[in-house]
Design a protein around this ligand. Structure first.
Ligand code: SAM
Length: 240
């Protein structure tokens, strides 16, 4: 096993995430595809192997440090880009039924290719804006967990993401620097979208030591009929 794989396996194992040779191979293939497709389209600014494993793969899986993934059945990832955090989570927790939503079709095509190459089952890659997909019966008030990493400021992001969470479900917003200010700014959007803030978890990446925050919100009831508003509005005129 090379050095990257060794620390990756060990650090995840310490957190109760045991990876089989197949899962490690899936991460290795994902890395190769990410780097090769990145030459043709803009997927990530990070391409060095160690950095991808730390800042994309490990960072994505940190959600499982704060949530019992064995109890989660369905997960929707809003603005998944090159598949973060949902695909690393799916590799580690193969029982998850995952829906990925992204408005850029090229990225959805990349993700579809990764899903097939890795042999992942129960992953649906949906091309569209969260504002539109969140209005469809199949996706509205439907998921145990909704994730979004590095997509937008929380006040606008809540309107894109919370409509996907079912009553009692969780929206986990994965952020970098301290989100205290944007969390305060998002108070009204939580009330409007029938949710409450549960807790903000802090961690540091193992080598780079940069800060990460995961804001956990709970959905308290069905999404009001007027949300999400017309595509574009939630980020342009956030509920504040
Ligand atoms: N979550 C990924 C990550 O952490 O690397 C990607 C983050 S990237 C900065 C934001 C992604 O959100 C882009 O892929 C973009 O196409 C997508 N996006 C932005 N607005 C969206 C919307 N309204 N609905 C769906 N996807 C959206």
């Amino acid at each position: 096993m090379n050095a990257t794989k060794t620390w990756f396996v060990q650090l995840l194992q310490e957190r109760g995430v045991a990876l089989s040779p197949l899962q490690l191979q899936q991460f290795a293939t994902y890395y190769e595809l990410l780097v090769s497709w990145n030459e043709k389209m803009n997927l990530t600014g990070i391409t060095e192997r160690e950095a991808v494993y730390e800042k994309h793969f490990y960072d994505s899986v940190t959600l499982s440090f704060f949530m019992d993934m064995d109890k989660v059945k369905s997960l929707a990832d809003i603005g998944s880009g090159a598949g973060f955090p949902s695909l690393p989570l799916k590799i580690c927790f193969p029982h998850l039924k995952v829906t990925i939503v992204d408005s850029l079709n090229k990225r959805i095509q990349f993700l579809q290719h990764v899903v097939e190459a890795l042999g992942l089952k129960d992953v649906s890659c949906v091309h569209g804006r969260a504002e539109d997909i969140g209005r469809l019966d199949a996706h509205r008030d439907a998921y145990d967990v909704v994730t979004a990493r590095a997509v937008a400021r929380l006040s606008g992001l809540n309107e894109l993401s919370l409509p996907f969470a079912k009553k009692g479900g969780t929206f986990a917003s994965m952020k970098g620097a301290d989100p205290a200010e944007e969390t305060a700014e998002a108070k009204r959007s939580l009330i409007e979208l029938k949710a409450k803030l549960v807790q903000t978890h802090h961690l540091k990446l193992p080598f780079e030591q940069s800060d990460r925050h995961i804001i956990m919100m709970e959905k308290l009831g069905a999404t009001p009929a007027k949300y999400p508003r017309k595509a574009g509005l939630p980020l342009k005129q956030p509920i504040i």
